[in-house]
Design a protein around this ligand. Structure first.
Ligand SMILES: [Zn+2]
Length: 340
Protein backbone atom coordinates (compact mmCIF):
# COMPACT_ATOMS: atom_id res chain seq x y z
CA UNK A 1 0.00 0.00 0.00
CA UNK A 2 1.09 3.57 -0.63
CA UNK A 3 2.18 5.76 2.25
CA UNK A 4 3.88 9.10 2.56
CA UNK A 5 6.78 9.23 4.98
CA UNK A 6 8.85 12.06 6.33
CA UNK A 7 12.40 10.73 6.04
CA UNK A 8 14.32 13.89 7.02
CA UNK A 9 13.51 17.55 7.59
CA UNK A 10 11.60 18.83 4.54
CA UNK A 11 11.93 15.48 2.81
CA UNK A 12 8.83 13.44 2.13
CA UNK A 13 8.94 10.16 0.28
CA UNK A 14 6.12 8.19 -1.30
CA UNK A 15 6.77 4.56 -0.36
CA UNK A 16 5.20 1.16 -0.70
CA UNK A 17 4.60 -0.39 2.73
CA UNK A 18 3.15 -3.73 3.75
CA UNK A 19 -0.56 -3.54 4.48
CA UNK A 20 -1.34 -3.75 8.22
CA UNK A 21 -2.36 -7.10 9.76
CA UNK A 22 -6.06 -7.66 10.53
CA UNK A 23 -7.24 -5.26 13.26
CA UNK A 24 -6.72 -6.46 16.82
CA UNK A 25 -9.29 -6.50 19.62
CA UNK A 26 -10.92 -3.10 19.99
CA UNK A 27 -9.42 -1.87 16.73
CA UNK A 28 -10.74 -1.14 13.27
CA UNK A 29 -8.88 -1.05 10.00
CA UNK A 30 -9.55 2.16 8.11
CA UNK A 31 -9.10 2.88 4.43
CA UNK A 32 -7.93 6.50 4.61
CA UNK A 33 -9.66 8.70 2.02
CA UNK A 34 -8.68 12.27 2.87
CA UNK A 35 -6.00 13.97 4.98
CA UNK A 36 -6.34 17.66 5.81
CA UNK A 37 -3.16 19.70 6.23
CA UNK A 38 -2.45 21.87 9.26
CA UNK A 39 0.33 23.98 10.68
CA UNK A 40 1.35 21.03 12.84
CA UNK A 41 2.33 19.31 9.57
CA UNK A 42 4.38 22.33 8.60
CA UNK A 43 6.20 22.21 11.96
CA UNK A 44 6.76 18.50 11.47
CA UNK A 45 7.96 19.07 7.93
CA UNK A 46 10.42 21.78 8.95
CA UNK A 47 11.70 19.60 11.76
CA UNK A 48 11.55 20.41 15.45
CA UNK A 49 14.62 19.72 17.49
CA UNK A 50 12.68 19.21 20.72
CA UNK A 51 10.09 16.81 19.34
CA UNK A 52 10.60 13.30 20.63
CA UNK A 53 10.19 11.17 17.57
CA UNK A 54 11.95 8.86 15.21
CA UNK A 55 12.09 9.19 11.45
CA UNK A 56 10.89 7.88 9.09
CA UNK A 57 7.38 8.78 10.13
CA UNK A 58 4.13 8.51 8.17
CA UNK A 59 2.82 12.08 7.73
CA UNK A 60 -0.74 13.36 8.21
CA UNK A 61 -2.44 14.50 11.43
CA UNK A 62 -6.11 14.98 10.47
CA UNK A 63 -8.10 12.51 8.40
CA UNK A 64 -11.24 10.63 7.52
CA UNK A 65 -11.75 7.27 5.89
CA UNK A 66 -13.93 4.19 5.70
CA UNK A 67 -13.90 1.19 7.97
CA UNK A 68 -12.39 -1.71 6.01
CA UNK A 69 -12.33 -4.37 8.74
CA UNK A 70 -13.51 -4.65 12.32
CA UNK A 71 -11.60 -6.25 15.20
CA UNK A 72 -12.96 -8.37 18.01
CA UNK A 73 -15.24 -6.62 20.47
CA UNK A 74 -16.05 -3.64 18.25
CA UNK A 75 -19.81 -3.27 18.15
CA UNK A 76 -20.40 0.35 17.18
CA UNK A 77 -18.67 0.42 13.79
CA UNK A 78 -19.33 -1.70 10.71
CA UNK A 79 -17.41 -2.20 7.47
CA UNK A 80 -18.11 0.68 5.07
CA UNK A 81 -18.88 3.21 7.81
CA UNK A 82 -17.24 6.61 7.24
CA UNK A 83 -15.17 7.76 10.22
CA UNK A 84 -13.24 10.83 11.30
CA UNK A 85 -10.28 9.90 13.50
CA UNK A 86 -8.94 11.47 16.67
CA UNK A 87 -5.30 12.29 16.09
CA UNK A 88 -3.75 11.70 19.50
CA UNK A 89 -3.22 8.39 21.23
CA UNK A 90 -5.03 9.12 24.48
CA UNK A 91 -5.00 6.59 27.35
CA UNK A 92 -8.76 6.38 27.94
CA UNK A 93 -8.25 5.72 31.67
CA UNK A 94 -6.83 8.87 33.32
CA UNK A 95 -9.20 11.33 35.07
CA UNK A 96 -9.08 13.77 32.12
CA UNK A 97 -9.95 11.03 29.60
CA UNK A 98 -12.71 9.72 31.83
CA UNK A 99 -14.13 13.25 32.11
CA UNK A 100 -14.19 13.56 28.31
CA UNK A 101 -11.35 16.08 28.33
CA UNK A 102 -9.29 14.05 25.90
CA UNK A 103 -6.83 16.82 25.03
CA UNK A 104 -5.78 17.00 28.71
CA UNK A 105 -4.92 13.27 28.80
CA UNK A 106 -2.15 12.71 31.36
CA UNK A 107 -0.61 9.74 29.54
CA UNK A 108 -0.98 10.72 25.91
CA UNK A 109 1.11 8.45 23.72
CA UNK A 110 1.73 11.13 21.09
CA UNK A 111 0.15 12.93 18.15
CA UNK A 112 -0.31 10.89 15.00
CA UNK A 113 1.63 12.34 12.08
CA UNK A 114 3.91 14.20 14.46
CA UNK A 115 5.27 11.85 17.14
CA UNK A 116 3.77 8.62 15.78
CA UNK A 117 2.95 7.32 12.31
CA UNK A 118 0.08 9.38 10.93
CA UNK A 119 -2.76 9.12 8.44
CA UNK A 120 -1.10 9.54 5.04
CA UNK A 121 -1.33 5.84 4.15
CA UNK A 122 -3.96 3.80 2.41
CA UNK A 123 -4.76 1.46 5.31
CA UNK A 124 -4.19 1.66 9.05
CA UNK A 125 -5.35 0.06 12.27
CA UNK A 126 -6.62 2.37 14.96
CA UNK A 127 -8.53 1.91 18.24
CA UNK A 128 -12.26 2.04 17.44
CA UNK A 129 -12.77 4.40 20.39
CA UNK A 130 -10.83 7.09 18.47
CA UNK A 131 -13.21 6.92 15.48
CA UNK A 132 -16.33 9.03 15.11
CA UNK A 133 -19.00 8.06 12.56
CA UNK A 134 -19.38 10.55 9.71
CA UNK A 135 -23.04 11.60 9.41
CA UNK A 136 -25.00 11.34 6.15
CA UNK A 137 -24.46 14.25 3.80
CA UNK A 138 -20.87 14.87 4.88
CA UNK A 139 -18.21 13.89 2.34
CA UNK A 140 -14.78 12.48 3.10
CA UNK A 141 -12.94 15.72 2.28
CA UNK A 142 -15.20 17.65 4.63
CA UNK A 143 -15.06 15.01 7.36
CA UNK A 144 -11.25 15.14 7.19
CA UNK A 145 -11.52 18.72 8.51
CA UNK A 146 -13.38 17.67 11.67
CA UNK A 147 -10.69 16.11 13.93
CA UNK A 148 -8.45 19.20 14.12
CA UNK A 149 -9.92 22.15 12.22
CA UNK A 150 -13.57 22.27 13.24
CA UNK A 151 -12.97 20.71 16.64
CA UNK A 152 -10.13 23.08 17.59
CA UNK A 153 -12.35 26.03 16.71
CA UNK A 154 -15.31 24.56 18.60
CA UNK A 155 -13.11 24.06 21.65
CA UNK A 156 -11.58 27.54 21.44
CA UNK A 157 -14.74 29.52 20.83
CA UNK A 158 -17.31 27.67 22.87
CA UNK A 159 -15.52 25.65 25.62
CA UNK A 160 -12.76 28.15 26.32
CA UNK A 161 -13.84 31.66 25.24
CA UNK A 162 -17.54 30.91 25.82
CA UNK A 163 -18.55 33.05 22.85
CA UNK A 164 -22.25 33.83 22.90
CA UNK A 165 -24.88 35.06 20.50
CA UNK A 166 -24.76 38.84 20.14
CA UNK A 167 -21.09 39.12 21.09
CA UNK A 168 -18.34 40.43 18.82
CA UNK A 169 -15.40 38.20 17.96
CA UNK A 170 -12.25 39.27 16.12
CA UNK A 171 -10.92 36.34 14.07
CA UNK A 172 -7.31 36.59 12.97
CA UNK A 173 -6.25 35.34 9.54
CA UNK A 174 -9.77 34.84 8.27
CA UNK A 175 -8.47 33.07 5.17
CA UNK A 176 -6.68 30.29 7.05
CA UNK A 177 -8.17 26.87 7.67
CA UNK A 178 -9.17 27.58 11.26
CA UNK A 179 -9.92 31.24 10.44
CA UNK A 180 -12.53 30.27 7.87
CA UNK A 181 -14.01 27.72 10.29
CA UNK A 182 -14.08 30.33 13.08
CA UNK A 183 -16.02 32.75 10.86
CA UNK A 184 -18.53 30.05 9.88
CA UNK A 185 -19.05 28.69 13.40
CA UNK A 186 -19.24 32.15 15.04
CA UNK A 187 -21.78 33.43 12.54
CA UNK A 188 -23.86 30.28 13.00
CA UNK A 189 -24.53 31.09 16.67
CA UNK A 190 -25.36 34.73 15.90
CA UNK A 191 -22.09 36.44 16.84
CA UNK A 192 -20.75 39.47 14.98
CA UNK A 193 -17.45 38.71 13.26
CA UNK A 194 -14.57 41.03 12.49
CA UNK A 195 -11.71 39.39 10.68
CA UNK A 196 -8.24 40.22 9.38
CA UNK A 197 -6.83 39.23 5.99
CA UNK A 198 -3.77 40.18 3.97
CA UNK A 199 -5.20 41.01 0.54
CA UNK A 200 -8.29 42.22 -1.29
CA UNK A 201 -9.13 38.84 -2.81
CA UNK A 202 -9.25 37.18 0.61
CA UNK A 203 -11.23 40.16 1.93
CA UNK A 204 -13.95 39.52 -0.66
CA UNK A 205 -14.01 35.80 0.18
CA UNK A 206 -14.19 36.44 3.94
CA UNK A 207 -17.06 38.83 3.35
CA UNK A 208 -18.84 36.23 1.23
CA UNK A 209 -18.33 33.72 4.04
CA UNK A 210 -20.30 35.98 6.37
CA UNK A 211 -17.74 38.19 8.13
CA UNK A 212 -19.41 41.45 9.14
CA UNK A 213 -16.26 43.53 8.81
CA UNK A 214 -13.01 42.61 7.10
CA UNK A 215 -9.76 44.40 7.94
CA UNK A 216 -6.76 44.27 5.62
CA UNK A 217 -4.01 44.14 8.22
CA UNK A 218 -1.40 45.26 5.70
CA UNK A 219 -3.24 48.56 5.16
CA UNK A 220 -4.86 49.29 8.52
CA UNK A 221 -4.10 48.66 12.18
CA UNK A 222 -6.65 46.04 13.14
CA UNK A 223 -6.77 47.08 16.81
CA UNK A 224 -7.67 50.68 15.89
CA UNK A 225 -10.39 49.53 13.51
CA UNK A 226 -11.79 47.08 16.07
CA UNK A 227 -11.98 49.84 18.70
CA UNK A 228 -13.50 52.32 16.26
CA UNK A 229 -16.16 49.85 15.10
CA UNK A 230 -17.18 49.16 18.71
CA UNK A 231 -17.36 52.82 19.76
CA UNK A 232 -14.01 52.44 21.60
CA UNK A 233 -15.41 49.62 23.77
CA UNK A 234 -13.44 46.78 22.17
CA UNK A 235 -14.48 43.30 21.10
CA UNK A 236 -15.65 40.54 23.46
CA UNK A 237 -13.41 37.78 22.14
CA UNK A 238 -10.25 37.61 20.05
CA UNK A 239 -9.53 34.35 18.21
CA UNK A 240 -5.71 34.31 18.12
CA UNK A 241 -3.38 31.94 16.33
CA UNK A 242 -0.99 34.28 14.59
CA UNK A 243 1.14 35.00 17.67
CA UNK A 244 3.90 37.54 18.11
CA UNK A 245 2.91 39.89 15.27
CA UNK A 246 -0.62 40.39 16.53
CA UNK A 247 -0.83 39.38 20.20
CA UNK A 248 -0.42 42.79 21.85
CA UNK A 249 -2.68 44.40 19.26
CA UNK A 250 -5.22 41.69 20.03
CA UNK A 251 -5.18 42.68 23.72
CA UNK A 252 -5.69 46.33 22.75
CA UNK A 253 -8.66 45.31 20.61
CA UNK A 254 -10.38 43.62 23.60
CA UNK A 255 -12.94 45.24 25.83
CA UNK A 256 -12.34 45.33 29.57
CA UNK A 257 -12.92 41.79 30.82
CA UNK A 258 -12.67 40.42 27.27
CA UNK A 259 -11.32 36.97 26.40
CA UNK A 260 -8.41 36.14 24.18
CA UNK A 261 -8.16 32.52 23.13
CA UNK A 262 -5.08 31.26 21.29
CA UNK A 263 -3.98 28.03 19.66
CA UNK A 264 -1.05 29.12 17.55
CA UNK A 265 2.00 31.28 17.04
CA UNK A 266 2.75 31.12 13.34
CA UNK A 267 4.42 34.57 13.31
CA UNK A 268 6.53 33.93 16.42
CA UNK A 269 6.20 32.44 19.90
CA UNK A 270 7.61 35.13 22.21
CA UNK A 271 6.06 38.45 23.22
CA UNK A 272 6.37 41.10 25.92
CA UNK A 273 3.27 41.38 28.03
CA UNK A 274 2.24 44.44 30.05
CA UNK A 275 1.01 42.95 33.34
CA UNK A 276 -0.53 46.26 34.45
CA UNK A 277 -2.67 46.22 31.34
CA UNK A 278 -3.50 42.53 31.87
CA UNK A 279 -4.93 42.93 35.36
CA UNK A 280 -6.35 46.43 35.07
CA UNK A 281 -8.26 45.50 31.94
CA UNK A 282 -9.17 42.14 33.53
CA UNK A 283 -8.35 40.23 30.36
CA UNK A 284 -8.72 36.49 30.29
CA UNK A 285 -6.06 34.81 28.19
CA UNK A 286 -6.89 31.22 27.32
CA UNK A 287 -4.49 28.71 25.81
CA UNK A 288 -6.13 26.03 23.72
CA UNK A 289 -4.64 22.96 22.08
CA UNK A 290 -6.53 20.22 20.35
CA UNK A 291 -10.04 19.27 21.28
CA UNK A 292 -12.17 16.57 22.81
CA UNK A 293 -13.94 13.74 21.01
CA UNK A 294 -17.15 15.62 21.79
CA UNK A 295 -15.89 18.67 19.88
CA UNK A 296 -15.22 16.50 16.83
CA UNK A 297 -18.69 15.00 17.04
CA UNK A 298 -20.21 18.49 17.35
CA UNK A 299 -18.22 19.67 14.34
CA UNK A 300 -19.43 16.71 12.25
CA UNK A 301 -23.03 17.38 13.26
CA UNK A 302 -22.69 21.02 12.26
CA UNK A 303 -21.26 19.94 8.90
CA UNK A 304 -24.31 17.70 8.43
CA UNK A 305 -26.49 20.77 9.07
CA UNK A 306 -24.73 22.60 6.25
CA UNK A 307 -21.83 24.39 7.95
CA UNK A 308 -19.22 23.07 5.56
CA UNK A 309 -15.49 23.68 5.83
CA UNK A 310 -14.03 25.86 3.10
CA UNK A 311 -11.71 23.83 0.88
CA UNK A 312 -8.94 25.78 -0.82
CA UNK A 313 -7.43 22.90 -2.78
CA UNK A 314 -7.53 19.13 -3.08
CA UNK A 315 -4.24 17.47 -4.01
CA UNK A 316 -3.26 13.84 -4.63
CA UNK A 317 -1.01 12.02 -2.14
CA UNK A 318 2.11 12.56 -4.25
CA UNK A 319 1.59 16.33 -4.02
CA UNK A 320 1.48 16.43 -0.19
CA UNK A 321 4.72 18.46 -0.05
CA UNK A 322 3.43 21.05 -2.53
CA UNK A 323 0.29 21.32 -0.38
CA UNK A 324 2.46 22.03 2.67
CA UNK A 325 4.42 24.65 0.77
CA UNK A 326 1.19 26.31 -0.27
CA UNK A 327 0.02 26.29 3.36
CA UNK A 328 3.33 27.67 4.57
CA UNK A 329 3.19 30.48 2.00
CA UNK A 330 -0.25 31.54 3.31
CA UNK A 331 -1.60 31.77 -0.23
CA UNK A 332 -4.68 29.85 0.86
CA UNK A 333 -8.31 30.48 1.58
CA UNK A 334 -9.56 27.53 3.60
CA UNK A 335 -8.19 24.01 3.86
CA UNK A 336 -5.82 22.02 1.72
CA UNK A 337 -6.88 18.39 1.64
CA UNK A 338 -4.91 15.43 0.31
CA UNK A 339 -6.99 12.73 -1.42
CA UNK A 340 -5.98 9.11 -1.28
ZN1 LIG B 1 -5.81 9.85 29.42
Amino acid sequence: MRALRLVADRQLELVDLDAPPPPGPGEVQVRVRAVALNHIDVWGFRGMAFAKRKLPLVAGAEAAGEVAAVGEGVAKLAVGQGVAMYGALTCNICPACRAGRDNLCENVGGILGFHLDGFARELMNIPARLCLPVPDGVGMVEAACAPITFSTVEHMLFDNAKLERGEIVLVHAGGSGIGTAAITLSKAIGATVFTTVGDAEKAAKAKALGADHVINYREERFESIARRLTGKRGVDVVFEHTGADTFNGSLLALRRGGRLVTCGATSGATIQLNLMQLFQQQYRILGSFGASMRNIGDGLQKMALGLKPIIDTEVPLEDFAQGLERLESRRVFGKIVVRL
